[in-house]
Design a binder for this molecule. Structure first.
Ligand SMILES: Nc1ncnc2c1ncn2[C@@H]1O[C@H](COP(=O)(O)OP(=O)(O)OP(=O)(O)O)[C@@H](O)[C@H]1O
Ligand SMILES: [Mg+2]
Length: 253
């Protein structure tokens, strides 16, 4: 069935399949000339590293940070289908969200800065100053003939962008676009995969998105904050689970 519809699926099957396997993902990024962390044999035994399970991990699950070779060996034995990643000495984490239409038009949202706590995204701020990710994301979209929204998580290492991973879809670090951009990432994805013109990805101010993790806040207090937009996902509270997010937009002018 997949073979029959392959050419009609968006985004492309190759991108979706690669994004589900950290090893294939890194190889694909490298093949496009996009830098990634060192991995497997490239990471010397005594270097600090993160051992991750290749498939199925999210929100920092399925990852073990190691500083000694003994820890690394134990982590590789413990995790199913492991990949060893060199620890990237990043200054900060950023992401780029962009879309490519069926006609090959590309729009990119401005750079987003992301703060993770315990491997889970806590806040995203956009737009921020920093290295321009447009060239990198344009290469990615054009070379893959990609149609739809993609998010690429990046490390900013002294102004050089190193890719961590990509999501072939809308992304948590793009949730600010619902209120903070002319066209949200969700509308953008639907436009792209339906063969419609893309929308304006300009920000309408400076947005801060904060995830609600583990437990629900005092809803009345959140809603009493001027300009706060509360989104709840209807999930049962549980430690480390993303339950919703709050966005503030500080409008220009
Ligand atoms: N090689 C690395 N070097 C330094 N820090 C890393 C590395 N890999 C992951 N991290 C840190 O751990 C976080 C989570 O890692 P990663 O994005 O690979 O996992 P994830 O479980 O898919 O997370 P999410 O679902 O939130 O995207 C990263 O955002 C970063 O803060
Ligand atoms: Mg990630």
């Amino acid at each position: 069935v997949l073979e029959r519809f392959r050419d009609r699926l968006s985004p492309r099957v190759e991108a979706v399949v690669a994004s589900a396997d950290r090893l294939a993902e890194k190889r694909l990024l490298r093949s496009l000339g996009i830098p990634t962390a060192l991995f497997d044999d490239e990471v010397s035994l005594d270097a600090p590293c993160i051992v991750k399970t290749r498939r199925g991990g999210y929100d920092g699950r399925g990852q073990i940070r190691c500083t000694t070779s003994a820890e690394r060996l134990a982590a590789v034995a413990e995790l199913p289908d492991p990949i060893v990643e060199g620890l990237v000495p990043f200054d900060r984490e950023v992401s780029v969200i962009a879309a490519r239409s069926a006609d090959g038009d590309i729009v990119a949202y401005p750079l987003v800065e992301n703060v993770h706590v315990d491997g889970i995204l806590r806040t995203s701020v956009a737009p921020v100053d920093g290295p321009d990710p447009t060239g990198l994301v344009t290469t990615f979209l054009d070379r893959l003939g990609y149609v739809g929204v993609v998010a690429i998580e990046l490390f900013d290492v002294g102004g050089e962008l190193v890719a961590n991973e990509f999501a072939p879809r809308v992304h948590n670090s793009g949730h600010w676009t619902i209120e903070g951009a002319v066209t949200s990432q969700f509308e953008q994805h639907v436009r792209a995969v339906c063969g419609l013109p893309l929308g304006d990805a300009s920000p309408i101010g400076r947005s801060t998105m904060t995830n609600i993790i583990g437990e629900l806040p005092d809803m009345r207090a959140v809603l009493a904050e001027p300009g706060a937009h509360l989104h709840l996902y209807g999930k049962e509270p549980r430690a480390g689970r993303k339950l919703g997010h709050i966005t503030h937009v500080r409008r220009d002018g």
